[in-house]
Design a binder for this molecule. Sequence first.
Ligand code: COA
Length: 397
Amino acid sequence: MRFEANPEIKMLVCLGEVGGEEEYRIVEAVKSGRIKKPLVMWVTGTSIKFMPKGIQFGHAGAKADANLETAEAKNSALKNVGVIVPNSFNDFGEIIKKTFNNLVSQGKHHPIPNVDPPPVPMMYSEAKARKLVRKPTSFTCTISDDSGDELVYAGHKISKVISENYSIADVIGLLWFKEKLPSWAGGFIEMVVKLCADHGPCVSGAHNAIVTARAGRDLMSSVAAGILTIGPRFGGAVAGAAVMFKDAFDSKMTPSEFVQSTKKSNIKIQGIGHLIKSLRNPDKRVVLLKDYASKFFPKTPLLNYALEVEKITTSKKDTLILNVDGAIGILCVDMMHGLEWSEDRIRTAIDTGGLNGLFLLGRTIGFIGHFMDQQRHKSGLYRHPMDDILYELPSPK
Ligand code: COA
């Protein structure tokens, strides 16, 4: 009735269905003059007589159980009161159009021009799949890619990494330096990781990891506590040594000029000095590194230079040896020269401090070990003994 009352609506279209008696209310409305507008209507379900009896048609209650409920009965009742009923559903569209056109030609309706619907933009996912769009990226990654079918490390599929039995050093080469290192360089990297894996429980990092584990913290916290001690005095002098020795060597300073210039500026040479190791008590790790390099590296110009520097520093104090950080950092530079990297590439690799990652990676193995060790023997909270602290306070007032 709302459509009948709305003057903007000039004709009505309705689709009924078999079953029920609702359509007879429309018949009554037309008969009584409550619907006056041209009404085009079809009741579907005339084909039900060709179906097995009792079949459901349309909505849940649409079953022509009584004669009056059949589509034919309803269509003819509608037709009898003047509703425009097509001969079949096929004609429904045509008859709607005809009725509409009649209203227009009689001047009873003035069609509103069609409005183009607003275009619906293509879904981003579809446009991306069809390579029609790209968006500016926030990050760039040049070492690994998991966006395809298979994870790739610097151009090497993970299945190849496994089937061809790549070593840990090969994986480090791919992810850190974006190339598979030759075996002499890979052997050096792997040796460094092994040599740095642990240095007993007394050094700063392991001590911190142990104390943290004993305070009841989890693996991540204990390892992080150990890692946080790595710095210029402990394990983190690898990159600094590489930079300092390379700078001195490249600027053609003699070893003694180098030592004097650092002394003058009151700078400690990174990679020189040890708390307990000395000329008389050499660090076996450094001996092993030097032996490996002399056997397998194509050349060791920076190591040779560092050993000359060591001769000068140890003449002052025998603990001022080339330490493990120094040996690693300096040999990394010799390795890069041996690999014939450009000066630019070597600079980028050492200036970023990334070489400290070798110590960090290796020592993390030990930190995890110390955490597990403490867990295994269920050690309780650690409290440092008071008699190990020298209390030097002003006298109480
Ligand atoms: N370069 C030049 N001189 C150094 C030096 C270095 N790396 N390390 C110590 N010295 C000198 C000191 O200036 C001091 O000289 P002085 O007596 O004229 O004042 C003397 O040696 C003793 O210094 P000290 O600080 O007592 O040495 P230490 O044995 O306590 O220090 C380190 C040990 C490792 C902390 C120290 O050598 C250092 O900081 N080295 C550089 C960083 C490094 O390589 N760390 C990694 C260690 S594995």
